[in-house]
Design a protein around this ligand. Structure first.
Ligand code: VAH
Length: 313
């Protein structure tokens, strides 16, 4: 059985549904600190779990016979920057508890890293799989430490840990909370609701992005990959596209000609974005386990606007 933490989060809420489609509803246990009646909660097995409670995590894992842990509970970059001590305690304490549970119960393990694991001294264009990682955000520090900790649990305790360095993820299901790339999600909602969007990220700021369906496929394909083919584990660079705010605005304008974009840059999130790569290289993921993204900015925009028109009505 797969046990997911943070199952009500931006990735978790869609990942739970996808994993239940693939492996069967009863084989996917959703857990989250929140209990709001969402698909993840009412669609199948659900337990309230604060990932800081190591004993409860292990007890729930044993109770449900977990053989895979997908650890998604964490604070994203902007929230972490505003609460660095809490971010360290939750992001690292939760990860340690999840790794320990995976070791005790002999589970396969997945947790995401991020392009946030890179910093200003990292090569910014076609950022390599193996390169310098000195992030200048608490979130980035958590992600680099998390990558090293997950690799340690693999080499020291033979836990089958695997991870992905995600770019900004865009979806129409669960809005993100507290990320730096969230502008690329908000812009679609605002385009439909108000025909305009004020971006807190400035023109010319390139960041890697990916449509959620591609992110979900990447998690499943990595977890099902033949372990003997993996030269890396925590964590693989994956990306689908890289764009700046004016480019996603131009793409939206093709569908909503009157759409207006303006800017009111938030220095905190702009600083975070400026410390990240412009575009990363995902060839290691392609070579070692066949990673491939299907959605481009154009096809994602068509799908996002179509789905949001239905959702927002
Ligand atoms: C964030 N969406 O903005 C997350 C992600 C690469 C971005 O880590 O913090």
């Amino acid at each position: 059985k797969i046990m997911i933490t943070g199952a009500l989060g931006q990735i978790g809420s869609e990942l739970t549904g996808r994993l239940r489609e693939i492996y069967g509803v009863d084989n996917v246990l959703a857990t989250d600190i929140r209990t709001n009646e969402s698909e993840a909660a009412k669609g199948g097995p659900f337990e309230v779990l604060d990932v800081m409670d190591s004993k409860k995590m292990a007890d729930i894992g044993k109770k449900h016979g977990a053989d895979t842990i997908v650890h998604m509970a964490a604070l994203l970059s902007a929230t972490a920057e505003a609460n660095p001590v809490f971010a360290w305690n939750l992001n690292m304490g939760g990860l340690m508890n999840a790794l320990e549970t995976a070791r005790e119960l002999k589970c396969q393990f997945f947790t995401p890293s991020s392009i946030g694991a890179f910093g200003p001294s990292t090569p910014k264009d076609a950022t390599p799989q193996d390169t310098i990682q000195r992030p200048t955000t608490m979130y980035g520090v958590n992600k680099v430490a998390g990558e090293l900790l997950a690799d340690y649990y693999h080499q020291r305790f033979e836990v089958d840990t695997r991870g992905l360095r995600f770019p900004g993820l865009i979806s129409y299901v669960a809005p993100p909370g507290g990320g730096t790339t969230d502008y690329a999600v908000e812009i679609y909602y605002e385009a439909i609701k108000n025909g305009r969007y004020t971006s807190y990220i400035g023109e010319g700021t390139y960041m890697d992005m990916m449509y959620m369906p591609d992110a979900l496929n990447a998690i499943v394909n990595l977890m099902e990959a033949d372990a003997s083919q993996l030269k890396h584990r925590n964590a693989f660079n994956v990306t689908a596209m890289s764009f700046a705010p004016e480019e996603i605005a131009a793409e939206i304008k093709k569908h909503i000609p009157g759409f207006e974009m303006n800017y009111d840059v938030d220095p905190i999130r702009q600083n975070i974005a400026d410390s990240w790569p412009n575009s990363i290289d995902s060839s290691a993921a392609a070579e070692e386990w066949g990673f491939k993204a299907n959605y481009s900015l154009a096809s994602m925009t068509t799908d996002m606007l179509e789905k949001l028109k239905v959702k927002i009505g």
